[in-house]
Design a protein around this ligand. Sequence first.
Ligand SMILES: [Mn+2]
Length: 290
Amino acid sequence: MQRDAFLRAWTVPQVPPPGPEDEPTAHRLRYRSVWISDLHLGTPGCRADALLDFLRHVESDTLFLVGDIVDGWQLRRHWYWPQSHNDVVQKLLRKARKGTRVVFVPGNHDEFARRYVGHEFGGIEVADEWVHETADGRRLWILHGDLFDGVIQCAKWLAHVGDTLYEFTLKLNRHLNSLRARMGLPYWSLSKYLKLKVKRAVSFIGDFENAVAREARRRGMHGVVCGHIHHAELREIDGITYANDGDWVESLTALVEHADGRLEIIDWAQQLRDRESQAAATAPAVAEAA
Ligand SMILES: [Mn+2]
């Protein structure tokens, strides 16, 4: 035994070996439960690389896949399945094999999986919905959430582009109305019309959240966890905990339960940005040392 090597092991910060991805890393996070949904594997929109990074860093006793995991709708129209999407599936199966309880609650885009409710494949349990008890004894109803869609969903996209679109329509409105004036037509506000649409889309999110929370209360739950609307949220609605784990197309978010039952939304896009800026900050120091 080299004494120097022994001492170094205690005094020099340990850098994890650049081994296989599944080796423990320095940034490993551990939670009691993790909820992710709306991965939309099988579509170019899925941020599989960020998701893989998340799955490599985050461990949990239970992992809930809250629907729209594989996008069967888009795959039927157009086959898109790159290696990274395969890696995500492999990673999920591996977690199930290594002792994580993985529960899959199908959504509308992977409704084909609803046929397998009550079964399991590769250690992943499939269920229509689920009731999870937190470490502090709260009962959470888990579902994808598509059952609560209103008819105004078609206007949903407007909520995302709202502001930019609004500025643009103001401009367009001016041109349109000078044209209308020349044609002898009365003033008509395009921006007002669209703003109403955007407002309706924003209220769709609110309506959805209220409807889900109301149903959770009716079922005697303390809270509800869902996905579907790609809008991460964690708040109280009339005494019911409403939690939405977001998505892995735009927001790159997950919901986690800490060991004491506390819930939190994890923003992995922010994680990645932090790590990037950290790497940029330490890069010159490394160069100096070399
Ligand atoms: Mn959905």
